[in-house]
Design a protein around this ligand. Sequence first.
Ligand code: ATP
Length: 224
Amino acid sequence: MSILEISNLTKRYGEELAVKDLSFSLEQRTSTALIGPNGAGKTTTLSILAGLLKQTSGSVQLNYESGIGFLPQHPQLFPWLTALEFLEMAARLSGVRAKDVRRQSIKTLEMVGLGSAANKKTGAFSGGMKQRLGLAQAIVHQPKLLLLDEPVSALDPAGRREIMDLLKSLQHDTTILYSTHILNDAEEMTDQLLFLQHGRLVEQGSLAEVKERYAEPSIRIRFQ
Ligand code: ATP
């Protein structure tokens, strides 16, 4: 059974139709890339699934008690906190039991390669470190469903590599839905591609299926 089923999801901001009649499902322990240009509706879709926005119509059904982790496009990291202080706060907010907060936060910082920066203030972090801490915040409570809004878009190639490798290491027991506007990023880690344009799902399938339907360069031109 799929972990998440979305049916006829529609979101309007006043007159603006941001997401139109979107339907798809996520199978357990698969990775899905939500691809589309700026304004396609990716952030709106992920924000609805993360429970931060209410859809205008349509349904979102979560089929397992699995916990959701969400990495926003621009995570707020509170520059005056250390990485460990920040992550402990995030752990408490996402329901980690009080007695497990310290241990789970340290373990997660080590997982994302920030063990040695645990006591540094996040204000001094590089872009790559900030993104890794954002990801730590999304996974500290060990969710089974991970929603990531443009996790690598703002990073240089080395930073991208680090985050993609981290995500791949989570794939075996996590269902991942992430957005990007770059097909190359999606090619690395995807069981399912969802192409959004002007809020509509215009293409859906495995990488092989989509490539078969379209010559690769045409997709690049359309979606980059
Ligand atoms: P980007 O890659 O630029 O983040 P996106 O694919 O995530 O784009 P959304 O941010 O979901 O797209 O925006 C979809 C559409 O909804 C856009 O036309 C945008 O201008 C509009 N929109 C988004 N948020 C709001 C808002 N709060 N009020 C009004 N319109 C909005």
